[in-house]
Design a protein around this ligand. Sequence first.
Ligand SMILES: [Zn+2]
Length: 276
Amino acid sequence: MTDVWDLFVLEYARSHQQPWVDLVSGMYADGGVDLPFSFMLAQKGDRNVLIDTGFMQDEGSSGFSRKFGIPNWISPVRMLSEIGVAAEAVTDIVITHAHFDHMGSVGEFPNARLFIQKSELLTWYEAIALPPRFGYLTAIIDPDNLRTALEASIEHRVTLVDGDENDVLPGIHVRLGSGHTIGQQFVIVETRRGRLVISGDCVYSRHQITGRDNDGVYVPLNNATGSVWEQLKTIDKINKEIGGDQDRLIVLHDIDRWTGLPVVKEVEGYKIVRAG
Ligand SMILES: [Zn+2]
């Protein structure tokens, strides 16, 4: 049990009345949701590992939060400092996928090694090169994040993971979870509470796993660039990984805002909770 990590969820933004049906298939009658946005910190010794990075909203950002109607925001770098971690002290970043709200602050951590699926990064380089008529594919991608990843690659700070891999760092495992994006990965972290699974955006709602009426029929997202087929196989992969135990799953956009997990700190209404 030497490779167990302290694991925290850091909330940093909330959208306002986003239509559910834009997110999850079939939710026409469910109205809007103030969707929370979060990333995670895994700590062990002098290692500070982020799982995703959130996004910045200052003058240097590309205005994605305004484009997507996310009025409530606090800097992810500030949230990290509130738990005693400076940006320079972040040693590693595991990126679930390249959407702006998961990779948007990646340039704030100059010393970190990045772990991202090879198929994720390379398909976005391919998609961004397509003619503008293919813009739907890259609507949630901030090109600046791809530039930052290329710079980090030139500095030899990027590990391109190829599929499922155990111990990308000791006690941290990744699984290819294609569907929401082509090279999405979900992340497994060994903690004192056992193996916990971090969803990435493979699911926004637990009902995608349990079924719309708890009937056990998996429900896909409505904002995916991969196929429904891939999404449902990924949901099944997560369900098998957690053994059907929802307490072992951390959903980054959890609308219940991580009920049952102890709150370590609250900063201007944004929570830091201990997951494991
Ligand atoms: Zn996403």
